[in-house]
Design a protein around this ligand. Structure first.
Ligand code: BG6
Length: 484
């Protein structure tokens, strides 16, 4: 057994990380536009107003807004069957609650999708990838307010109706499972603590106050997502809507039963909480028990909502996978970084320059667990990639064997899972073109098969250059994963 005939090979990008043109053609500000650049040692900062002289990487990003034709042609040259990209909600509804959508924003995505189709590339669209119109934060406090459910559903319907003839696959919220566990909810939920409006100076992202009602915000996203799924199905255009989670396998650092139990809890609350609600259409008991134990009033889950969740279960389960982490109950053990969440260092694994633990086998472990849990739901890996430091040689070449190695090992593990019977329908490598990092706001951390001449000091001419991995990935697609 190997990858199915129409396996969806491709790449994944998000609007705020590539587009730039942050206020062009009527676009409004989004949460992503309010966060400055940082690095592995310097945190990104947030302030409620634009700080003069500060560097905001999403404002220009890699200029996809103006270079999309060139970029899509390169994706086409690699043989992409799909391109996962997101729509910037604030391009369509600049303030979030405008009476009419912004025609120029819609037109931009018409052009992008048409361009994809020219090369036989099926767009796979995320409606909300780490950015919410800033107007919704200011006026409604994001998903803290049920009004935002209506705004999201209206936005989703506008997109389905306008693009549904060309876009079959849709995802609602990117890495939705990051929202309940994070302190801020700014990018996930567009929710801030009241105190931020009195801030006198910028605050680092990790210092933003923890929001006690973030579980309610996530619930509102579940309802919004389920209503969007229902709306897509009602259109009868064959649209399929999926959830999107960040999957991090957790391993107990030792066989100490305390570590094993802590691992089980982490797995439930990080990997399964959101997926269970979105795939099975109801809250798992471990979440309801967690609410009780932590005195979280769960009356926000109304009877009507329960019905909506049941009726709006997703058609596919998609996820990102970059790394695994270990769980320890020993406080003296050092915690290393990671995608959204850190964990204890696994002595068997190497780490990237950003502290992410490289674990190809982990993706197989995740796929098998997911198939076991959701046996009737197709799975798709919509992000996997290696963020590293690339150097352009004198002759313009860029040698990135580390990226090829990482991807080769991960795709091999996916192939093994498929051979064992896991129904994987596609794989989109994260950042097929260099883009702004979400975690650090850097360009220095690069993922692409295509290098972009853009740097963290704001210099660079945005020119595009193929890395060695470009031809390698092209071959992978050409041979449907036979030649790795
Ligand atoms: C995922 C996000 O968490 O990881 C992407 O969906 C992000 O938006 C990717 O870019 C890699 O993380 P980072 O911090 O290296 O950009």
């Amino acid at each position: 057994m190997t990858f199915m005939k129409d396996f969806l090979w491709g790449g994944a990008i998000s609007a705020s990380q590539v587009e730039g043109a942050y206020l062009e053609d009527g676009k409004g500000l989004s949460t992503a536009d309010m966060i400055t650049g940082g690095s592995v040692n310097k945190e990104r900062m947030f302030f409620t107003e634009k700080v003069e002289g500060a560097y905001y990487p999403t404002h220009e990003a890699v200029n996809f807004y103006h270079c999309y034709k060139e970029d899509i042609a390169l994706f086409g040259e690699m043989g992409f069957k799909t391109l996962r990209l997101s729509i910037a909600w604030s391009r369509i509804f600049p303030n979030g609650d405008d009476a009419e959508p912004n025609e120029k924003g819609l037109q931009f995505y018409d052009d992008v999708f048409n361009e994809c189709l020219k090369y036989g590339i099926q767009p796979l669209v995320t409606l909300c990838h780490y950015e919410i119109p800033w107007g919704i934060v200011k006026k409604y406090n994001g998903f803290a307010n049920r009004k935002t459910i209506d705004l999201f559903v209206n936005y989703a319907k506008v997109c389905f109706e306008r693009f549904g003839d060309r876009v079959k696959y849709w995802l609602t919220f990117n890495e939705i499972n990051g929202a309940p566990l994070e302190g801020t909810g700014l990018n996930h939920l567009g929710m801030v603590d009241d105190s931020v409006w009195n801030l006198k100076k910028p605050i680092s992202i990790s210092e933003l106050p923890v929001l006690p009602n973030r579980y309610e915000g996530v619930h509102n996203q579940f309802v919004a997502s389920a209503l969007a799924v229902k709306a897509a199905h009602e259109l009868d255009m064959g649209l399929q809507v999926g959830c999107m989670l960040c999957n991090v396998p957790w391993y107990p650092l030792t066989p100490n039963p305390k570590d094993v139990l802590a691992t089980q809890t982490k797995d439930q609350m990080f990997n399964y909480y959101c997926g269970d609600v979105m795939v099975r259409g109801e809250y798992p008991t471990f979440v309801l028990d967690f609410f009780k134990k932590n005195n979280i009033d769960d009356s926000f889950i109304t009877e009507e909502d329960k019905q909506i969740l049941k009726e709006g279960t997703v058609d596919l389960y998609t996820f990102s996978y970059y790394m695994s982490n270990c769980i320890t109950t020993d406080p003296s053990i050092e915690i290393v970084g990671g995608n959204i969440v850190g964990g204890a260092k696994n002595p068997y694994l190497e780490i990237s320059d950003w502290g992410w633990q490289i674990d190809p086998e982990g993706i197989k472990y995740v796929l098998k667990n997911l198939h076991d849990r959701y046996p009737h739901t197709p799975l798709m890996i919509v992000e996997n990639g290696f963020g590293g430091i690339d150097k352009m040689e004198e002759d313009g070449s860029i040698h990135d064997p580390y990226r090829i190695d990482y991807l080769r090992q991960h795709i091999t593990a996916v192939k093994e899972a498929v051979a064992d019977g896991v129904p994987v329908i596609g794989y989109t490598a994260w950042g097929p073109i260099d883009l702004v990092s979400i975690g650090t706001g850097e360009m220095y951390k690069r993922y692409g098969f295509i290098y972009v001449d853009r740097h963290d000091d704001g210099t660079g001419d945005y020119s595009r250059h193929k890395k060695d991995s470009f031809d390698w990935y092209k071959k992978v697609i050409e041979t449907n994963g036979e030649k790795l």
